[in-house]
Write a protein that binds this ligand. Sequence first.
Ligand code: GLP
Length: 246
Amino acid sequence: MKITICKDERSFDVAAAWRIIGQLLEKPSAVVGLSTGATTINMHDIIAAIYADYPFDVSRVTFFNVDEFTNVPADYDGSCYNTIYRHLTGPLGIPAENFIMPPTISDDMEAECRLFEQRLAARGGADLQILGIGLNGHIGINQPGAPFEGETWVSHLDTDYELRIRRETGAGDDVKLGGLTRGIKNIMQTRKLILVAKGKHKAAIIEQAILGPVTTDIPASVIQLHPNCEVLLDADAGARLVGKIS
Ligand code: GLP
Protein backbone atom coordinates (compact mmCIF):
# COMPACT_ATOMS: atom_id res chain seq x y z
CA MET A 1 0.00 0.00 0.00
CA LYS A 2 1.33 3.41 -0.92
CA ILE A 3 0.98 6.08 1.75
CA THR A 4 1.36 9.77 0.88
CA ILE A 5 1.33 12.39 3.62
CA CYS A 6 1.01 15.94 2.27
CA LYS A 7 2.51 18.84 4.19
CA ASP A 8 -0.78 20.63 4.81
CA GLU A 9 -4.45 20.67 3.92
CA ARG A 10 -4.04 22.71 0.76
CA SER A 11 -1.37 20.44 -0.68
CA PHE A 12 -3.58 17.45 0.18
CA ASP A 13 -6.56 19.01 -1.66
CA VAL A 14 -4.43 19.79 -4.71
CA ALA A 15 -2.71 16.37 -4.73
CA ALA A 16 -6.09 14.63 -4.49
CA ALA A 17 -7.48 16.74 -7.35
CA TRP A 18 -4.51 15.75 -9.50
CA ARG A 19 -4.96 12.06 -8.71
CA ILE A 20 -8.42 12.27 -10.31
CA ILE A 21 -7.31 14.45 -13.22
CA GLY A 22 -4.36 12.09 -13.77
CA GLN A 23 -6.77 9.17 -14.09
CA LEU A 24 -8.81 11.10 -16.68
CA LEU A 25 -5.71 12.03 -18.69
CA GLU A 26 -4.40 8.46 -18.61
CA LYS A 27 -7.74 6.94 -19.60
CA PRO A 28 -10.30 9.46 -20.91
CA SER A 29 -13.01 6.77 -20.82
CA ALA A 30 -12.32 5.96 -17.15
CA VAL A 31 -15.09 5.03 -14.72
CA VAL A 32 -14.39 7.09 -11.63
CA GLY A 33 -16.02 6.70 -8.24
CA LEU A 34 -16.18 9.73 -5.99
CA SER A 35 -16.96 10.29 -2.35
CA THR A 36 -18.79 13.15 -0.65
CA GLY A 37 -18.15 14.82 2.71
CA ALA A 38 -16.00 17.64 4.04
CA THR A 39 -12.83 15.84 2.92
CA THR A 40 -13.58 15.92 -0.79
CA ILE A 41 -15.33 19.25 -1.43
CA ASN A 42 -12.12 21.25 -2.01
CA MET A 43 -10.58 18.62 -4.30
CA HIS A 44 -13.68 18.71 -6.49
CA ASP A 45 -13.65 22.52 -6.60
CA ILE A 46 -9.96 22.46 -7.55
CA ILE A 47 -10.62 20.03 -10.43
CA ALA A 48 -13.40 22.34 -11.65
CA ALA A 49 -11.11 25.38 -11.44
CA ILE A 50 -8.27 23.65 -13.31
CA TYR A 51 -10.74 22.48 -15.95
CA ALA A 52 -12.07 26.03 -16.40
CA ASP A 53 -8.57 27.37 -17.07
CA TYR A 54 -7.00 24.37 -18.81
CA PRO A 55 -9.77 22.19 -20.28
CA PHE A 56 -9.12 18.49 -20.74
CA ASP A 57 -11.25 15.82 -22.39
CA VAL A 58 -14.18 14.80 -20.19
CA SER A 59 -16.49 13.70 -23.00
CA ARG A 60 -16.05 9.97 -22.30
CA VAL A 61 -15.52 9.79 -18.54
CA THR A 62 -18.15 8.17 -16.32
CA PHE A 63 -18.53 9.48 -12.78
CA PHE A 64 -20.47 7.96 -9.93
CA ASN A 65 -20.50 8.33 -6.16
CA VAL A 66 -19.79 5.47 -3.78
CA ASP A 67 -23.06 6.03 -1.94
CA GLU A 68 -26.35 7.93 -1.84
CA PHE A 69 -28.87 8.62 0.91
CA THR A 70 -32.21 6.87 0.64
CA ASN A 71 -35.67 8.24 1.34
CA VAL A 72 -34.59 11.86 1.07
CA PRO A 73 -36.26 14.09 -1.55
CA ALA A 74 -34.42 14.15 -4.90
CA ASP A 75 -34.06 17.93 -4.58
CA TYR A 76 -32.42 17.69 -1.12
CA ASP A 77 -29.39 19.92 -1.43
CA GLY A 78 -27.23 17.57 0.66
CA SER A 79 -27.86 14.45 -1.40
CA CYS A 80 -24.69 12.94 -2.82
CA TYR A 81 -25.99 13.51 -6.34
CA ASN A 82 -26.58 17.21 -5.74
CA THR A 83 -23.28 17.69 -3.92
CA ILE A 84 -21.25 16.11 -6.72
CA TYR A 85 -23.31 17.86 -9.39
CA ARG A 86 -22.77 21.26 -7.80
CA HIS A 87 -19.03 20.89 -7.25
CA LEU A 88 -17.85 18.68 -10.10
CA THR A 89 -20.08 17.16 -12.75
CA GLY A 90 -22.02 20.42 -13.31
CA PRO A 91 -18.89 22.62 -13.73
CA LEU A 92 -17.30 19.97 -15.98
CA GLY A 93 -20.48 19.74 -18.10
CA ILE A 94 -20.72 15.96 -17.72
CA PRO A 95 -23.80 14.70 -19.60
CA ALA A 96 -26.46 13.09 -17.39
CA GLU A 97 -25.91 9.63 -18.87
CA ASN A 98 -22.25 9.76 -17.80
CA PHE A 99 -23.03 10.50 -14.15
CA ILE A 100 -24.36 7.24 -12.80
CA MET A 101 -26.24 7.47 -9.50
CA PRO A 102 -29.03 5.53 -7.86
CA PRO A 103 -32.24 7.43 -7.10
CA THR A 104 -32.86 8.57 -3.52
CA ILE A 105 -36.43 7.25 -3.61
CA SER A 106 -37.59 3.96 -5.10
CA ASP A 107 -40.14 1.22 -4.41
CA ASP A 108 -37.44 -1.37 -4.93
CA MET A 109 -34.07 -0.33 -3.54
CA GLU A 110 -32.67 -3.85 -3.88
CA ALA A 111 -33.24 -3.66 -7.62
CA GLU A 112 -31.63 -0.18 -7.64
CA CYS A 113 -28.53 -1.64 -5.94
CA ARG A 114 -28.19 -4.31 -8.62
CA LEU A 115 -28.87 -1.83 -11.41
CA PHE A 116 -26.24 0.57 -10.08
CA GLU A 117 -23.53 -2.10 -10.26
CA GLN A 118 -24.81 -3.37 -13.61
CA ARG A 119 -24.54 0.11 -15.08
CA LEU A 120 -20.94 0.41 -13.86
CA ALA A 121 -20.12 -3.07 -15.18
CA ALA A 122 -21.60 -2.14 -18.58
CA ARG A 123 -19.00 0.66 -18.73
CA GLY A 124 -16.20 -1.82 -18.03
CA GLY A 125 -16.27 -1.60 -14.22
CA ALA A 126 -14.81 1.01 -11.92
CA ASP A 127 -11.23 2.10 -12.60
CA LEU A 128 -10.81 4.33 -9.58
CA GLN A 129 -12.69 4.68 -6.33
CA ILE A 130 -11.99 7.60 -4.03
CA LEU A 131 -12.93 6.66 -0.48
CA GLY A 132 -13.48 8.93 2.48
CA ILE A 133 -13.33 7.39 5.94
CA GLY A 134 -15.77 7.89 8.80
CA LEU A 135 -14.63 8.38 12.39
CA ASN A 136 -15.83 4.83 13.07
CA GLY A 137 -13.86 3.52 10.08
CA HIS A 138 -16.76 3.32 7.66
CA ILE A 139 -16.15 3.40 3.91
CA GLY A 140 -19.03 4.38 1.69
CA ILE A 141 -21.80 3.72 4.21
CA ASN A 142 -20.47 0.30 5.23
CA GLN A 143 -20.58 0.65 8.98
CA PRO A 144 -18.57 -1.48 11.45
CA GLY A 145 -19.63 -5.11 11.15
CA ALA A 146 -20.48 -4.92 7.45
CA PRO A 147 -19.20 -8.14 5.84
CA PHE A 148 -16.22 -7.95 3.48
CA GLU A 149 -18.10 -10.09 0.93
CA GLY A 150 -21.11 -7.74 1.04
CA GLU A 151 -22.41 -6.36 -2.25
CA THR A 152 -24.07 -3.02 -2.94
CA TRP A 153 -26.88 -2.60 -0.42
CA VAL A 154 -28.86 -0.19 1.73
CA SER A 155 -27.20 0.34 5.10
CA HIS A 156 -28.24 2.25 8.20
CA LEU A 157 -26.49 5.58 8.73
CA ASP A 158 -24.40 6.50 11.71
CA THR A 159 -26.28 8.51 14.33
CA ASP A 160 -24.68 11.90 13.67
CA TYR A 161 -25.31 11.70 9.96
CA GLU A 162 -28.87 10.54 10.44
CA LEU A 163 -29.64 13.42 12.83
CA ARG A 164 -28.12 15.91 10.42
CA ILE A 165 -30.15 14.67 7.47
CA ARG A 166 -33.36 14.63 9.52
CA ARG A 167 -32.68 18.21 10.53
CA GLU A 168 -31.87 19.34 6.99
CA THR A 169 -34.77 17.55 5.28
CA GLY A 170 -37.33 17.81 8.06
CA ALA A 171 -37.88 14.04 7.81
CA GLY A 172 -40.04 12.74 10.65
CA ASP A 173 -39.33 9.64 12.73
CA ASP A 174 -41.67 7.66 10.46
CA VAL A 175 -39.25 8.13 7.54
CA LYS A 176 -36.65 5.37 7.48
CA LEU A 177 -33.41 6.99 6.31
CA GLY A 178 -30.54 4.92 5.03
CA GLY A 179 -27.76 4.88 2.52
CA LEU A 180 -27.33 2.90 -0.66
CA THR A 181 -23.63 2.08 -0.71
CA ARG A 182 -21.35 0.00 -2.83
CA GLY A 183 -20.60 -3.11 -0.82
CA ILE A 184 -17.09 -3.80 0.41
CA LYS A 185 -16.75 -6.56 -2.18
CA ASN A 186 -17.64 -4.14 -5.01
CA ILE A 187 -15.28 -1.51 -3.64
CA MET A 188 -12.47 -4.08 -3.47
CA GLN A 189 -13.11 -5.09 -7.10
CA THR A 190 -12.29 -1.55 -8.26
CA ARG A 191 -8.97 -1.43 -10.12
CA LYS A 192 -7.53 1.32 -7.97
CA LEU A 193 -8.50 2.69 -4.56
CA ILE A 194 -7.45 5.98 -3.03
CA LEU A 195 -8.47 6.48 0.58
CA VAL A 196 -8.41 10.16 1.50
CA ALA A 197 -8.46 11.84 4.90
CA LYS A 198 -7.55 15.20 6.37
CA GLY A 199 -7.66 16.78 9.80
CA LYS A 200 -6.54 15.86 13.32
CA HIS A 201 -9.86 14.17 14.09
CA LYS A 202 -9.03 11.45 11.51
CA ALA A 203 -5.53 10.61 12.85
CA ALA A 204 -6.60 7.86 15.27
CA ILE A 205 -8.91 6.02 12.88
CA ILE A 206 -6.30 6.24 10.11
CA GLU A 207 -3.73 4.64 12.40
CA GLN A 208 -6.16 1.83 13.27
CA ALA A 209 -7.27 1.26 9.69
CA ILE A 210 -3.78 1.28 8.18
CA LEU A 211 -1.58 -0.21 10.89
CA GLY A 212 -4.10 -2.26 12.86
CA PRO A 213 -5.55 -5.68 12.08
CA VAL A 214 -7.81 -6.20 9.09
CA THR A 215 -11.21 -6.54 10.71
CA THR A 216 -14.87 -5.88 9.92
CA ASP A 217 -14.91 -3.76 13.12
CA ILE A 218 -12.98 -1.16 11.08
CA PRO A 219 -14.34 -1.48 7.53
CA ALA A 220 -11.57 0.70 6.05
CA SER A 221 -8.94 -1.79 7.25
CA VAL A 222 -9.94 -4.03 4.33
CA ILE A 223 -8.04 -1.78 1.93
CA GLN A 224 -4.79 -3.26 3.32
CA LEU A 225 -5.69 -6.29 1.18
CA HIS A 226 -6.12 -4.33 -2.07
CA PRO A 227 -3.29 -4.76 -4.60
CA ASN A 228 -3.46 -1.20 -5.97
CA CYS A 229 -4.26 1.19 -3.19
CA GLU A 230 -3.01 4.56 -2.05
CA VAL A 231 -3.74 6.33 1.22
CA LEU A 232 -3.53 10.09 0.71
CA LEU A 233 -3.48 12.22 3.84
CA ASP A 234 -2.69 15.67 5.10
CA ALA A 235 -0.10 15.99 7.87
CA ASP A 236 -2.76 16.10 10.60
CA ALA A 237 -4.55 12.91 9.49
CA GLY A 238 -1.21 11.16 8.99
CA ALA A 239 0.31 12.33 12.30
CA ARG A 240 0.09 8.94 14.02
CA LEU A 241 1.76 7.11 11.12
CA VAL A 242 4.96 9.14 11.27
CA GLY A 243 7.89 6.97 12.38
CA LYS A 244 5.78 3.81 12.09
CA ILE A 245 5.90 3.37 8.31
CA SER A 246 8.93 3.11 6.05
C1 GLP B 1 -20.06 10.20 4.66
C2 GLP B 1 -20.01 9.58 3.30
C3 GLP B 1 -18.80 8.73 3.20
C4 GLP B 1 -17.58 9.57 3.52
C5 GLP B 1 -17.67 10.14 4.89
C6 GLP B 1 -16.51 11.06 5.27
O1 GLP B 1 -20.34 9.25 5.61
N1 GLP B 1 -21.20 8.81 3.04
O2 GLP B 1 -18.69 8.17 1.93
O3 GLP B 1 -16.47 8.76 3.44
O4 GLP B 1 -18.85 10.87 4.95
O5 GLP B 1 -16.99 12.33 5.60
P1 GLP B 1 -16.11 13.59 5.92
O6 GLP B 1 -15.20 13.78 4.77
O7 GLP B 1 -17.09 14.71 6.06
O8 GLP B 1 -15.37 13.28 7.18
